[in-house]
Ligand binder design. Structure first.
Ligand code: SF4
Ligand code: SF4
Length: 508
């Protein structure tokens, strides 16, 4: 007789329902009452675990989650996803069960980096990219995030952190993109707006200080869920990805004489939350401007891992390609744009430009290698003396659990800082949930290698360390946006936020 196969997960399920004497299973994470409140201790699972392994449970994933998905057949209920979601991101366990409408998730994708079997992955969007590339009627452009240039090589056997900026561009051209452009341009644009906003907030104390960065979509959603009372502190700036997208389908479209509805805008990101960000309803500034409601600022986001899959699928060996240059326009970057990919990089970039906006001088060397905001310490602090602005105190934080202590200080009005950078993922974007699974779970050695090479790329641009020195940025203001915080810039580059706190309480 043919025997019916029972998967490991099915086996555990069997044990649970049969109530086998002497065999127990604990679903960890469900026992953390202090974090989650009611609903976090299903009594049927609250039994001692002593044989032969513990079934530790797993995070719930919404079927509508646009960033991550799970292949149940690969899941061994090891609980690694719970560990990172609860102990690094402080999301799992920080809401009531049963869920109200959606399973609370900030889309960071850290669980994809911790899952030992590869059961959790990003939601696949590579087929959409191939469909666009195979359509001769559309102009398909791609932007690449700062962090992917120091991680993509790991998917092709290179050591962690290897710089593959030029080879990545060449590989994308080989794939058939009509234009290969740089999200670092968007980062420089973000800094022009964000540093200008900081100056405004410091000069007008009625505005909320400290100013929080808003370029990390996982962090932004975290505030929307857990700290909506602090949303006025968030910079209204869109992220570099979304600023780039809005400018690509307006300014770039006009310069290249292409209708925005004939452009497919693709982004290669180290991040799974960017998939969520691009489909937020308000991210349609170009569509509003062109009166084409269906036009989105960014159409498709793929992770670094998905790009590697695409290249392998099309038989493109990145290592064998000669380096190529980004296209123009929207392809130029400053060093400041590049260090956006590391924790502390946004702060350093913002202070360099804030110094210039306040003094009309270039920042001193000490602000071009601002060591107090660099490194992997969970929370960093620094001060900068800026003539005309005074002493600016900043804090930098990565890993959302670390954010909670800073946010508590802000809530209690005990925060001494004017500016706080928050990044959801440990290490910043270089440690994003869409990055290569070079070590499992991710290690600081890999993060340090990637960060070191971003700073190396920054130093390699001695005449262009700050965002205001990017010539294409000067051009876009002259020809399109006028000046930072202008009416035109507000319409294209700034956004609003949504209170999601009602999702944290259980459905009654
Ligand atoms: S994506 Fe982030 S927040 Fe969502 S389940 Fe995974 S670790 Fe938790
Ligand atoms: S980490 Fe992966 S294998 Fe382990 S419980 Fe979570 S989804 Fe399942």
């Amino acid at each position: 007789m043919k025997q019916k196969k029972v998967s490991r997960r099915g086996f555990f399920k069997l044990l649970g329902t049969a109530g086998v004497v002497g065999v127990g299973a604990t679903v960890s994470g469900c026992s953390n009452e202090s974090a989650g409140g009611k609903g976090w201790m299903p009594s049927q699972y609250n039994v001692p675990a002593n044989w032969p392994v513990q079934v530790k449970g797993r995070i719930p994933i919404d079927s509508n989650n646009v960033s991550i998905e799970r292949d149940d057949a690969k899941c061994i209920l090891c609980g690694q996803c719970l560990e990172v979601c609860r102990n690094v991101m402080s999301v799992y366990g920080y809401y009531e069960l049963p869920v109200k409408k959606e399973i609370v998730c900030v889309n960071c994708g850290q669980c994809t980096l911790w899952c030992p079997t590869g059961a959790i992955t990003e939601r696949q969007d590579t087929a959409k990219v191939l469909t666009a590339l195979d359509n001769p009627a559309v102009h398909v452009l791609v932007q690449t995030a700062p962090a992917t240039r120091v991680s993509l090589g790991e998917e092709f056997g290179l050591p962690p952190g290897s710089i593959v900026q030029g080879k990545q561009v060449a590989a994308l051209k080989a794939l058939g993109f009509d234009a290969v452009l740089d999200t670092c341009f968007g980062a420089d644009l973000t800094i022009m707006e964000e540093a200008s906003e900081l100056l405004e907030r410091v000069k007008h104390p009625e505005h909320s200080l400290p100013q929080f960065t808003s370029c990390c979509p996982g962090w932004v959603k975290f505030v929307e869920y857990y700290y909506p009372d602090l949303m006025p502190h968030l910079s209204s700036c869109k992220s570099p990805q979304q600023m780039f997208g809005a400018v690509a389908k307006t300014y770039y479209a006009a310069k290249k004489q292409i209708s925005p509805d004939h452009i497919v805008s693709v982004a290669v990101m180290p991040c799974t939350a960017k998939k969520f960000e691009c489909q937020r309803p308000e991210m349609n500034a170009a569509g509003v401007e062109a009166k084409l409601p269906a036009v989105r600022d960014v159409d498709i986001v793929i992770t670094t891992r998905e790009l590697a899959q695409l290249l392998k699928k099309r038989g493109i060996d990145m290592n064998s390609l000669d380096s190529a240059e980004y296209d123009s326009i929207l392809g130029e970057t400053s060093g400041a744009g590049i260090i956006f990919g590391a924790t502390g990089g946004v702060t350093e970039a913002a202070v360099r430009t804030a110094y210039h906006l306040s003094t009309a001088q270039d920042p001193p060397d000490s602000l071009l290698t601002w060591s107090p905001v660099r490194g992997l310490q969970g929370v960093k602090e620094a001060t900068a003396d800026i003539p005309g602005l005074g002493t600016v105190r900043v804090a930098v934080c990565h890993g959302l659990k670390n954010a909670r202590e800073l946010l508590a200080a802000v809530r209690e009005k005990k925060a001494p800082w004017q500016f706080i950078e928050f990044m959801a993922c440990p290490g910043g974007c270089i440690g994003g949930g869409g990055q290569p699974r070079t070590s499992l779970p991710p290690t600081d050695e890999v993060r340090k290698a990637r960060i070191a090479n971003l700073y190396k790329l920054d130093s390699a641009l001695p005449a262009k360390r700050s965002s205001y020195q990017n010539q294409e940025i000067r051009q876009v203001y002259q020809e399109w946006l006028k000046e930072p915080l202008s009416e035109e810039a507000e319409a294209l580059l700034h956004t609003r936020f949504v209170d999601r706190s009602d999702q944290l309480t259980a459905k009654r």
